[in-house]
Design a protein around this ligand. Structure first.
Ligand SMILES: C[S@@+](CC[C@H](N)C(=O)[O-])C[C@H]1O[C@@H](n2cnc3c(N)ncnc32)[C@H](O)[C@@H]1O
Length: 213
């Protein structure tokens, strides 16, 4: 874990993670209080000690499952066929900058990189970040990297191609952010869910292309 934190410095996410782990422990402590277990100090301290350790080593990941449910999509991988369609619609030119919003296992990032782009995948869940990095290394893609970051904090202004597999709950807000930040001509490809207001340029099944005017 320490190695992960050192190589993916994002203190905002670390802070968020610690706060939420403390909240989880606090809720559990209150639960014990209401159950009148508190006289059994040894038992309580043992549980809290265990939870504190779990919080340090595993529960720190919990927010990265909770937060996506509130503010983004949970992990559902695009199929190979969907990725193929996304790459076709993205029409990446060699050297262009591309970004996958919520990179998951990194397969979309790898496909964009194989198509010639310099790619960044942004991912919140540390386990998925590590998996995507492993997959990218195995695929030998030097022009692809994963950032441990909340995609709502990303400035999209320098990207030519954006790929998204979001959920309906975020599409309206994400659409507004992308239209505001992207340059004219930038291509945005979404998998499964279209943007609610943006005029569609093209579609292939449930893969949708938008071009910034
Ligand atoms: C539906 S999956 C798509 C994965 C991959 N792009 C694909 O198409 O196979 C969405 C991913 O976005 C990540 N995610 C959700 N909310 C996020 C956020 N606010 N910032 C960064 N990543 C987020 C989830 O952890 C999950 O891995």
């Amino acid at each position: 874990m320490l190695h992960f934190l050192q190589s993916h410095r994002n203190w905002k996410l670390v802070k968020l993670s610690v706060i939420q782990a403390v909240v989880v422990i606090g809720i559990f402590f209150c639960f014990l209080l209401t159950m009148n277990v508190i006289p059994y100090y040894a038992f309580v301290f043992a549980i809290i000690g265990f939870l504190a350790l779990a919080a340090l080593f595993r529960l720190l990941n919990l927010p990265f499952f909770i937060l996506p449910m509130i503010r983004g999509p949970v992990y559902v991988p695009s199929s190979d066929l969907q990725i193929e369609k996304m790459i076709k619609l993205a029409k990446v030119k060699k050297g262009q900058k591309a970004i996958d919003v919520g990179a998951g296992d990194g397969r979309v990032v790898i496909a964009l990189s194989q198509a010639g782009a310099k790619v960044v995948g942004v991912e919140l869940n540390p386990d998925m970040v590590s998996l995507a990095e492993k997959n990218i290394a195995e695929a030998g893609q030097k022009n692809a990297k994963i950032l441990w970051q909340n995609f709502w904090d990303v400035d999209f202004s320098t990207y030519d191609v954006v790929t998204v597999y979001g959920f309906p709950s975020i599409m309206s807000e994400l659409e507004a952010k992308l239209i505001m930040e992207l340059r004219p001509g930038a291509r945005v490809v979404t998998n499964q869910y279209p943007f609610p207001h943006w005029e569609l340029a093209k579609k292939d099944g449930k893969v949708f292309l938008y071009i910034v005017e």
